[in-house]
Design a protein. Structure first.
Length: 307
């Protein structure tokens, strides 16, 4: 993808609610491990604050500087003088486009593929999100794509003092630069948008601008993650849960792939595949939100079937 604006992204994917982080709802899910839940508000991620004896790691910033300032203030209060670090699970604006607030206050670490995404795709996504208008555009006033302080390749074990947090790139799935954050002593896994609850999987399939999402590779990532069976899974969006969060996303991706490819094998046209698969999946999961992502998932998997 180039840095050009993504002006032709379907309007159906645009959420309209103000994506405000609500730090008042912060929960402690393990000793010295806080989660600011997203309360099922669109474009608000679940945010983590993970402490050790010497340092504190923040996971995600929220979209824009106002949200990030709240997160930084809470993290600084929790840190009580301990060193601050920041990481993000992937480059999308609601996860990373508040990182500039942490400059000079925290060391920002990401994997190399995510750093590449921030540099090459960040400007285009910033313009796309600004084009959504209303509260989203206001949240992004004065925002710029962030530049990490530390970039790692195969993985990074961050010693916070008596607690080591593992930053692990997963390979291409929801994005090219997906990263999970593991807290082994607490049995906690932050997945970013590799997993969400209560909604259809988000496929940022925006040809010709961005076609890095891979349903096939995403499914393989979820199969590996599900095998680890963490005690608590913190999804990118939606309610926290246990291993069932991972198996649920795995099963849905498998379902989406199989129903799409079954029809593609019969030489059915993509528009007809979309209509049939969409109706079938909504019938099977009537309580889930984000129905607009089914069509984009079908488009991605049709392309992968061809290749």
């Amino acid at each position: 993808m180039t840095n050009e604006p993504m002006s032709d992204v379907p309007a159906s994917v645009v959420p309209m609610a103000d994506p405000a982080v609500q730090v008042a709802g912060t929960r402690e899910i393990a000793p010295d491990l806080l989660v600011i839940p997203n309360h099922r508000v669109g474009l608000v991620p679940n945010i983590g604050i993970i402490g050790g004896t010497q340092a504190v790691l923040v996971v995600e910033t929220g979209i824009g500087t106002d949200n990030a300032e709240q997160v930084l203030a809470l993290a600084s209060e929790a840190a009580k003088g301990r060193r601050l670090y920041l990481t993000t699970t992937h480059f999308h604006p609601e996860h990373a486009f508040g990182a500039q607030v942490f400059a000079g206050q925290a060391t920002y670490l990401v994997n190399r593929a995510q750093a590449d995404d921030l540099k090459t795709k960040g400007p285009g996504y910033l313009e796309m999100f600004r084009g959504m208008g209303g509260p989203i555009a206001r949240r992004l006033d004065g925002v710029r794509p962030p530049t990490p302080d530390v970039i790692y390749d195969d993985g990074y074990d961050l010693d916070l003092g008596g607690r080591t947090v593992r930053l692990r790139p997963t390979g291409r799935g929801h994005t090219k630069g997906d990263q999970v954050v593991e807290v082994p002593d607490a049995g906690v896994l932050f997945t970013g948008d590799l997993a969400e609850t209560g909604q259809f999987a988000i496929f940022p399939w925006f040809p010709p601008h961005d076609t890095d999402v891979s349903g096939v590779r995403w499914l393989a990532v979820m199969e590996r993650l599900a095998a680890t069976r963490p005690r608590v899974v913190v999804p990118g969006h939606g309610d926290l849960g246990g291993p069932e969060v991972l198996t649920g996303v795995r099963d849905y991706l498998r379902e989406l792939r199989d129903e799409t490819w079954l029809r593609r094998d019969s030489a059915m046209g993509e528009a007809e595949i979309v209509a049939e698969v969409r109706a079938l999946l909504i019938e099977r999961h009537p309580e889930w939100v984000g129905q607009q992502w089914i069509e984009l998932g079908v488009g991605c998997l049709c392309a992968e079937h061809t290749t």
